[in-house]
Design a protein around this ligand. Sequence first.
Ligand code: PEP
Ligand code: MG
Length: 763
Amino acid sequence: MSKTGGEIDRLKMLCEFSELNWLFSNSEDIRSFLDKIVQMVSKHMHAGAATVFLWNDNKEELILEATIGLNKGAIGQVRLKPGEGLTGLALLNKQPILVENADAHPQFKRIPSIHEEKFKNFLAVPILRGIMNIGVISIQREQERPFKTEDLQALTVIASQLANILENTRTHLMSDTDGRAYPLKSLQMKEGERIDGKTACTGLQSGEIFILDRERSLSMLSEEVISDEDTLEDFKKAVEKTERQLRELQTKTEELLDDTASLIFTSHLLILKDQDFIGEIHRHIQKGSKPSTAIFKVADRYMELFASNPSPFVKEKVHDVEDVILRLVGNLVKETDASINMKGRILIARELYPSDILQASSEGAAGIVLVSGGITSHISILSQSLRLPMVIVDRPELMNLAPHQRVIMDGHDDCIYVNPPKELEQRLFRERKGEDAKTGKTAVLKTTKTKDGTKITLMANVNLISDIDHAEKAHAEGVGLYRTEFPFLIRSNFPSEEEQYTLYRKICTAMRGKPVVFRTLDIGGDKILSYYQDYQERNPFLGLRSIRFSLMHRDTFREQIRAILRASGGGTLRIMFPMISSVEEFIEAKNVVIDCKKELKKEGYPLPRIVKIGMMVEVPSITEIMEDLCDYADFFSIGTNDFIQYILAVDRSNEKVAEFYLSHHPSVLRSLKRIVETAQKRNKEIAVCGEMARQELFIPFLLGIGVRVFSMGATYIPATRKLISRITLREARETATRAVQFKTCSETEVLLTETLNKIKSRN
Ligand code: PEP
Ligand code: MG
């Protein structure tokens, strides 16, 4: 099989400097780094063997440092002079060597200790930095697949990236002569070391770690199964067992999350049921391959096929195949626990897909530690909906923690502890229990009033159906924001009108007549639909987002509107458009609702008696045209998350600019005041549904400018209700009047902090 352009691109991408550098800085020593390199190269270049020799300046010879496919026992032993064998020749000539029949080459020299007899095709590329010798990387294949120019190009890219990295380690390289690994950067963690981070979802959890790194788990497994004696019968049993496990997980997911039910594990099951896939493995086993080898061989081909597909959706399928293989081979070697069982464990991951979080939740993971700074808001929103504690720490090296270590994640204190001593763990859990008992004793208020008796409405933000239960428990007076995009995000295709209808109907029924505000699809920005967006936008938050996407994709928009209209029953329906930036845009979207309503009426569907059509205030342009919009919109809800990011030009999901995301900026506070006052003047309902609505610091201010409806994650409702009951409207108004007069952020911050402290200290 020849390599496609897509495969080569993927390989080049894999070998980007940053990627290799990451691999390097997370390796304990140069040997383990090179070991990962040869594994990666042999896998992606379909080479049975891959080898790296490094140049030793003192001895003026090449030393074998890493290999896969050849005898690992020869590492550190085999040494070549420049010009010796094809490898030495590549270094001497400073030129790559590509040979189809190695035995026939006059310079070829077999090295008996490395067992390379079966390989005929040979490709070696010198690793050079200017005039400096660094080493040679080579790959070998058996007869039937000669190397091509594309292979040469790809290996050259890798060699030059390796040169950049290895150049900096020459001092380490030169010190070796005894075949030991060179210590690079091992993960030094003191017992119970505290690492500070940011909490995405609160909760205190402890457990053994589970590193979510599919490639690493696969290569560990592939090493474990080298000597297996399994038969076709064993393979069949492993398939049955895997299928059973997947079905159980699917059932659990359905119980936990009925809006996303069966979506995560069906794709895994489909792979297991794919007769081409399973049949091919059978054939390899019947021809004499070991079952595990046959599985890896066939899976590699599938993964390569998916990975080279330009569609991100198809590319994502690689993870599904990896998951299935991990399970399947795990079941074959009966080592399931180490590699696949997340139950009760703390997941450590570098990046997460929504399906990873759902999977972790349904498999009973205790919590998640995300080790890169790049928190995307929908990932943390999802962890909150699932009540799965999550802490984000900017420490990628945690991916290198050795198996069986323990971690405490303290989502109340924004930190984690690695290898905590027993006493620390006991103390933290004891303290937490005390806190919970205190909270439990406070009477649960059902309605919300200010200290001077003004009625305030607290609603819940809902992302998944499972949130409804929490909303009920917190006595939410309705759903102020139902983010309809979450089921779209988790799935692998657009849900049909019928599927959406079923889902929306469940929400309405569960809320038993209380109001539900349906926000139409808000995708784009950091909420990417892998099955739709085939392109990458340069500025996704300023791109084809939200209502722009819906208006551009009318059929999808109409299906959603029809489903909402049909699901809402006979009462009052509230539909809200996100990210409206002009009057025309609102009218255009509103007309779609009017059209769909007429259409459904003709088709004989029962319809809601009243349809209220509102919009989110998220784009700063609205501040100026609010009065005009009051002519068209029935209600408003301020999405402060986006409003602040747009007014201050700060990407809300970029940790690096988080210090500029200042909700108390005078411009934010004054704009909010103008917006709320305009709506009130025109007797229009106005709510706040962004994070500001539940942040204690801003509640007096928001009450003071006239906000009477707040919508927030259900967990925040009890504390917010309690805080509001301690505030008088008079002091709230005074705070608001003073806050908008300040020129600087520090002045507004001091005022808001002092006000909050005063309120809290009163009783
Ligand atoms: C907001 O922008 O404040 C909001 C509530 O919408 P989302 O967080 O879903 O973008
Ligand atoms: Mg928003």
